[in-house]
Write a protein that binds this ligand. Structure first.
Ligand SMILES: Nc1nc2c(c(=O)[nH]1)N[C@H]1C(S)=C(S)[C@@H](COP(=O)(O)OP(=O)(O)OC[C@H]3O[C@@H](n4cnc5c(=O)[nH]c(N)nc54)[C@H](O)[C@@H]3O)O[C@H]1N2
Ligand SMILES: Nc1nc2c(c(=O)[nH]1)N[C@H]1C(S)=C(S)[C@@H](COP(=O)(O)OP(=O)(O)OC[C@H]3O[C@@H](n4cnc5c(=O)[nH]c(N)nc54)[C@H](O)[C@@H]3O)O[C@H]1N2
Ligand code: SF4
Ligand SMILES: [Mo]
Length: 737
């Protein structure tokens, strides 16, 4: 037997660690960290180490399945790939001819490989603006908020051991979500950096911190405005930078005057002293890296909160500074997926039909404005923000359009790497939309049979990351990494790219799709004078294409003036001109996240809905035995004092109820959570029946059943929903399994 080692990148989460795959006679036989990877340097977490178990899992889908019988009954027949794609293309064309391209929608989940979200290109060419996904609540709010403020986002927290003097973790749990970055933060801490954690839960990060602020969930925007208040009031900001590079300081000063520590303390459940201490520490220990997770980007304050964090970075003098928050922008010599999404192909008349855009104007009108500002600074890049983030439709509005046929009907839904039931708020409504007779065609492209796939007309088998090549072009750190696929696609599995290339070919887009994923990578690398084959097989299979820090100071050769920032004014816009033009408040503000006082009596506890678990990615990995052993049941974390009041003990099953539904999870007593808060998670049971009504238990134990999708309570400009926040009550469920 011959054994050969091949480089690959783990795509089980967006950490993108380098791995070495041992191939025995062409089959993957071992997996280990790749010490030569410039960032992960040999690290792999438990999910990475379970990658072969995942790859070889007997539940993997191998062949296309077509529904027979009623939707959701779980009866399928096997069909060939071409036959399935032929039929899907024919039906999409018929729907387009009858109702317009906008009657076809696409949902793409988070990163699982570098062809993630490639259907956006197909949609632009097909003429539909209706692609959506978790991007609106994941990195989207910070990408948008930072781009509005200083032209590109997200900035890259640059924790440098020995240089960085403070790390501020804001709603971020990197020990579970980005372990490699956590390693760097810990190394910085050991080298003397101060650590601050802002989290309702006493996480490992909070435990290691010099200062931990256990704020009320959902009040981050108020806290950020309070910190800005202290900085402005006490003159703790970088005056030279503010004078030279920012616009709107006076307006900001007036705005933050309304957020003194005493008021903010009441809103956030903190003390005024904690707020003052935090502001002083962050503002005085320079360089400081602010690293934010995704929970701040939720609900009606999403954009305001992320804008306020962007202002903290700018005012404290940490923007685009080594050891602070770097602002590399897109790579200088390599095209990115943004350049490939082909937003320009979507006719302007169709753009205006984007679902949600009547209410949330930033993804429609803001995208073009951000693009214009970006082109000046990064010639050759039509847009600097990915359309998946910058121009996505509002996913909850897609489900409502299916059910209510308002403002127009959506009749076909293509779902790729996205377990929609449980990913989006109000899972009961999502299920109703997928099961609705209004939906003529539901296609799910997946690795496994999921609760979402259970409703499909076609379930198509996808390749996982070991079966496809990888080219990652990151604006976050400018690193461009290439690896060839470790093994050829098995059975009838096809990559995300292949599905849309094949559909495109049947719908008049053939010339727009390079024949292979590798040919697409060649196209992206072309300006660097490289081919994918060359880069992916080199000993050093990566290039660092990041702009140096403080790029805004560089002189523009054509004008001789400093380049500045990629905003309409070329300055850091403390008050955003784009938001003002779109009729929104140009400054960050704060509103109560849950404006439902009537419900407080019936639902007295605050619900946190879905923290990251180190052994699992979102709803994935529940079927991987070695990982499931580490986390066998859906878990709700309850403070021991609250549990005692409710008569709950460790391991009990408890009902958790909200105005939208009820679920049951197992109680874990946790001093770490606030007594007035419970922390529950997403769940489904791959080992159970998929057919209705059981549906893998997806509606029985999934916290997303309890969250609110009402567009009125989403962020008014960008549409983010409160995916991790709500009200609930908890009671004993007795034993049931
Ligand atoms: N209540 C609550 N809701 C949340 C969150 C929360 O914390 N709480 N988090 C939100 C966030 S930040 C995100 S990013 C989303 C994540 O939501 P999703 O993106 O839906 O993530 P997963 O649950 O991991 O489901 C992804 C699916 O992709 C499949 N898959 C993996 N690789 C591939 C591939 O290469 N091709 C194809 N076609 N399929 C593949 C997997 O089998 C899996 O079923 O959830 C969001 N929703
Ligand atoms: N193991 C693992 N790693 C992952 C993923 C995964 O599912 N599993 N998913 C990947 C993806 S797509 C994403 S988006 C990232 C998410 O990465 P992170 O954002 O770092 O992780 P989370 O656990 O979702 O949330 C971070 C912290 O926010 C806290 N929190 C909850 N509500 C609030 C609030 O209202 N305010 C504040 N300040 N804090 C709050 C939680 O207690 C938690 O400790 O992780 C990525 N990496
Ligand atoms: S952190 Fe774990 S799952 Fe994420 S890329 Fe790295 S090894 Fe893979
Ligand atoms: Mo995410």
């Amino acid at each position: 037997m011959t054994m050969e080692l091949q480089k690959a990148i783990c795509c089980h989460c967006s950490g993108r660690c380098g791995v070495l795959v041992g191939l025995a006679d062409g089959r993957p036989a071992s997996i280990a960290g790749d010490p030569s990877h410039p960032v992960s340097r040999g690290f792999t977490c438990k999910r990475g180490l379970a990658a072969l178990e995942y790859f070889e899992h007997p539940g993997r889908l191998d062949v296309p399945l077509r529904r027979v019988g009623k939707r959701g009954q779980g009866r399928w027949e096997q069909v060939g790939w071409d036959e399935a794609v032929d039929d899907i293309a024919t039906r999409l064309a018929a729907i387009r001819d009858r109702l317009g391209s906008e009657a076809v929608a696409y949902l793409a989940g988070t990163f699982h490989g570098t062809d993630q979200g490639i259907g956006v290109r197909f949609m632009h060419l097909f003429g539909s603006p209706n692609y959506g996904g978790p991007s609106t609540i994941c990195a989207g709010p910070k990408i948008e908020a930072e781009a509005l403020t200083y032209g590109f986002g997200p900035s890259a927290p640059d924790a440098r051991p020995g240089e960085t003097r403070c790390v501020l973790l804001w709603g971020h749990h990197p020990s579970a979500s980005f372990p490699v970055q956590w390693g760097r933060i810990l190394a910085s801490r050991h080298a003397g950096a101060r650590l601050v954690a802002i989290d309702p839960v006493r996480t490992d990060e909070a435990q290691a911190a010099d200062l931990w602020l256990q704020l009320r969930p959902g009040t981050d925007a108020a806290l950020a405005l309070g910190l800005l208040h202290v900085m402005v009031q006490e003159g703790l900001y970088d005056r030279a930078f503010v004078e030279r590079w920012t616009l709107g300081f006076e307006a900001l000063r007036q705005r933050v005057a309304a957020y003194p520590p005493q008021r903010v303390a009441e809103l956030t459940w903190l003390t005024p002293e904690q707020i003052v201490d935090c502001a002083r520490l962050y503002a005085s220990e320079r360089p400081a890296a602010l690293s934010h997770g995704s929970p701040n980007g939720m609900g009606r304050n999403a954009l305001s909160c992320e804008r306020a964090l962007a202002l903290l970075i700018a005012l404290s003098g940490n923007l685009d500074r080594r050891g602070g928050n770097r602002l590399p922008g897109p790579p200088e010599r390599v095209r990115t997926k943004v350049d490939f999404e082909w937003y320009e192909a979507l006719p302007i008349s169709q753009r205006a039909k984007q679902l949600g855009a009547d209410r949330f104007r930033l993804p429609l009108d803001g995208y073009e404005r951000l693009g214009q500002a970006g082109r000046r600074l990064w010639p050759g890049h039509e847009y600097v923000v990915d359309a998946t983030y910058g121009a996505a439709a509002h996913a909850p509005s897609i489900f409502r359009a299916i059910l209510e046929q308002q403002p127009y009907p959506v009749r076909a839904l293509l779902v790729q790497h996205n377990n929609a039931i449980g990913c989006y708020p109000n899972a009961g409504l999502v299920r109703a939309a997928l099961a609705s007779p209004n939906l003529e065609l539901l296609v799910v492209h997946e690795l496994f049979m999921t609760p979402t796939a259970a409703y499909a007309d076609y379930v198509l088998p996808a390749t996982s990351w070991l079966e496809k090549s990888y080219l990652y072009v990151s604006g976050w750190n400018g690193l461009v990494v290439a690896t060839p696929r470790a093994v050829a696609p098995q059975h009838e599995r096809h990559s995300d790219y292949d599905l849309f290339r094949d559909l495109g070919a049947r719908l008049g887009q053939a010339v727009c799709w390079p024949p292979t994923l590798e040919a697409l990578w060649d196209h992206l690398l072309e300006p660097a004078g490289l081919t994918f084959g060359e880069l992916s097989t080199r000993a050093q299979n990566w290039i660092d294409d990041a702009a140096p820090p403080e790029r805004h100071e560089r002189l523009d050769p054509s004008t001789g003036a400093p380049l500045g920032f990629a905003t309409p004014s070329h300055k850091v816009e403390l008050a955003s001109s784009i938001l003002a033009e779109l009729g929104y408040d140009p400054l960050p503000g704060y509103e109560e996240p849950l404006d439902d006082p009537g419900q407080e009596r019936d639902y007295p506890l605050l619900l946190m809905a879905g923290a990251t678990h180190p052994a699992m990615t979102h709803q994935d990995h529940r079927q991987i035995a070695s990982l499931r052993r580490q986390h066998p049941d859906p878990t709700v974390r309850v403070h021991p004092a609250t549990a005692a009041e409710l008569g709950l003990a460790e391991g009990d099953w408890a009902w958790i109820e909200s105005p939208t539904g009820r679920i049951r999870q197992r109680v874990q007593l946790a001093e770490r959570v606030h007594p007035r808060v419970v922390d529950a998670e997403r769940w489904w049971y791959p080992e159970r029946q998929g057919a209705e009504p059981e549906l893998f238990g997806a509606l029985e134990s999934n916290v997303s059943v309890l969250t609110d999708d009402d567009p009125q309570r989403c962020d008014p400009a960008y549409g983010s929903w409160a995916f991790r926040l709500g009200r609930c009550r908890v009671s004993r469920a007795g034993s049931w399994r």
